[in-house]
Every structure is written in structure tokens, then in C-alpha cells.
Design a protein around this ligand. Structure first.
Ligand SMILES: C[S@@+](CC[C@H](N)C(=O)[O-])C[C@H]1O[C@@H](n2cnc3c(N)ncnc32)[C@H](O)[C@@H]1O
Length: 268
């Protein structure tokens, strides 16, 4: 109750929240008791669950470095999450300082944190918007100020589309962005998967998320692959996130990595 009283207005601390659950699972401090309880329940299902968010976050880092190494200097990070180590602009800066990065999230707390903790500068900004309304993002003045869609851009849908149910047409959302970006652009995408997992365990996990602000759909490989329509997957294709150009540490996280499929596609 004390938590609810001290929470920012409009925030119901009793409902587990996707961004805060992920923050807790990554060892962050921006979460409440309900978020922690939901994550601990997920952790209790199988030992590798503790490493599931980390395996994804490491994929994001490698994929962003890859895109930067291909010469990409503009990044549109959709469903960016609470700031944690290795945010996109920090990763890109290791390769090329000054790249343009726009963070987008529909959670006002995430965006406020981003604005407070990240650099709101000439090259990096955060926008509060919903990916279910692609036009509002593509036409947003902060997006058009930093992203020149006539030049290649990397669009990130990392660990966000499983929060869009089938009726929200997640592949259609990707298509709306894909239609706007120029050839040479990259799609960086990861998604929780049901592929290769016992249906009863997947159902248990979905049941936990069903009580959160964003019910989650674990999808098959074929469903996730369709999200890359219009892009050519770069090597090694759509894989467990730990197997996407991973190193020894990623291989150690492989059991957790099997809960995600991730890939990078190039628009030719
Ligand atoms: C699990 S976190 C992923 C963070 C980061 N992309 C990563 O992979 O490390 C998902 C984020 O997507 C945001 N999100 C979920 N649905 C969204 C939507 N419809 N529009 C914008 N953001 C959304 C949540 O608020 C949360 O911050």
C-alpha cells in the first residue's frame, strides 16, 4: 500500500508491468512488489529462466554492434524498456559516436526515465508512443528530426512484439515500418518463442503475463519468421538469441536463449 501511495500518479503498482518485470529480471531497481512476485514465479518454473532477459539483452547488444559496423548511423528502438546497461546509444558510441538514436516506448515511466537518465541531445531522444500506431511514430517531429528515412536506418523490435496479440497484427506493425525505410536498412527483432517447448510450460508462463499490463504470446518459429517479410536474414538467420553470433558466455546461457528467437534482416 505504501508503494502505491508513493508511486507516480496513474501508476497502479498492484498490476505487474512488462517494463518493470524486465527491469527486475535484469537486476534493476525500478520495480514494485507485484512485478517482483510475477518474475519470481516465472523463475520458479525452470532454472534457466533467470537468464532469459540477459540472453536477450546480449543479443540486442551484438545486433546493434553489427548494424553499426555495417555503417548504420540511425537507430529507431521500439519498446526500448527501462534504461539498463548497454542502451543502444552507448553500444553504438563504442563504434561510432554521434549516431542518431530515437527511443520509443508507450510506458510514460520508461520515457521519463529515458529523458532523465539518458542524454536528450542533438543526437538521442525518447518519444512516448505506441507501436500499434506506426504513423504516429513515423510522423513524430522528434523522430523526423533525428531519423532521415531516405537513408538506411536500423529499426529495433527487441522483446516487444510478443506483447501484441494476434488481433493486433504484429507482422503488420513491422510491415508499416519496413515500408518506410530505405534499402540498406536493417530490422533487429527478437521474440519469445514456444518453439521446442512443452505446451503446458508455455501456458504456465503466458498465464503469469496474462495478469500483467501486457499479456504475452509465445510464438512459433514460422510466425516469427513472417515478421521478417521484405528483409533478407543475415547469417546465421533466425536463431536462439544466444546462437546469433554469440560467444562462450552466450553458449553458457543457451538454455535461456532457447526461449527467444532473434535475427537481423536487411532490406535490399
Ligand atoms: C521487455 S521490454 C524490452 C526492452 C528492450 N527492447 C530489450 O529488449 O532489452 C519491452 C518494452 O516494450 C514496451 N512496450 C510494450 N508494448 C508496447 C507498445 N505497444 N508500444 C510501445 N512500447 C511498448 C514496454 O513498455 C517495455 O518497456
Amino acid at each position: 500500500m505504501a508503494e502505491q501511495e508513493s508511486a507516480p500518479s496513474g501508476i497502479d503498482t498492484r498490476i505487474p508491468n512488462m517494463a518493470r518485470m524486465y527491469d527486475y529480471a535484469l537486476g534493476g531497481k525500478d520495480n514494485f512488489a507485484a512485478d517482483r512476485a510475477a518474475v519470481e514465479k516465472l523463475f520458479s518454473f525452470s532454472p534457466e529462466n533467470k537468464d532469459v532477459p540477459r540472453a536477450n539483452r546480449r543479443f540486442l547488444r551484438r545486433a546493434v554492434r553489427f548494424a553499426a559496423a555495417q555503417g548504420i548511423r540511425q537507430f529507431l528502438d521500439l519498446g526500448t524498456g527501462l534504461p539498463s546497461q548497454g542502451h543502444v546509444h552507448e553500444v553504438v558510441a563504442e563504434i561510432k559516436p554521434g549516431a542518431h538514436v530515437v527511443y520509443v516506448d508507450y510506458d510514460p515511466v520508461v520515457v521519463n526515465h529515458a529523458r532523465a537518465l539518458l542524454v536528450d541531445s542533438d543526437s538521442v531522444t525518447a518519444v512516448e508512443a505506441d507501436i500499434r500506431d506506426p504513423e504516429s511514430i513515423l510522423a513524430h517531429p522528434d523522430v523526423t528530426r533525428l531519423i532521415d528515412f531516405s537513408r538506411p536506418v536500423a529499426v529495433l523490435f527487441v522483446a516487444v512484439l510478443h506483447g501484441i496479440p494476434d488481433r493486433g497484427d504484429p507482422a503488420g506493425i513491422v510491415r508499416a515500418f519496413a515500408g518506410r525505410v530505405s534499402p540498406g536498412s536493417y530490422l533487429i527483432l527478437s521474440h519469445l518463442t514456444s518453439e521446442g517447448h512443452p505446451p503446458a510450460l508455455v501456458a504456465q508462463k503466458e498465464e503469469i503475463f496474462a495478469r500483467s499490463n501486457a499479456p504475452v504470446s509465445y510464438r512459433s518459429r514460422a510466425e516469427i519468421l513472417r515478421m521478417f517479410d521484405g528483409f533478407n536474414l543475415v547469417d546465421p538467420g533466425l536463431t536462439a538469441v544466444t546462437q546469433w553470433r554469440g560467444d562462450d558466455l552466450d553458449r553458457k546461457l543457451d538454455a535461456a536463449g532457447q526461449w527467444w528467437l532473434g535475427g537481423v534482416g536487411r532490406k535490399e
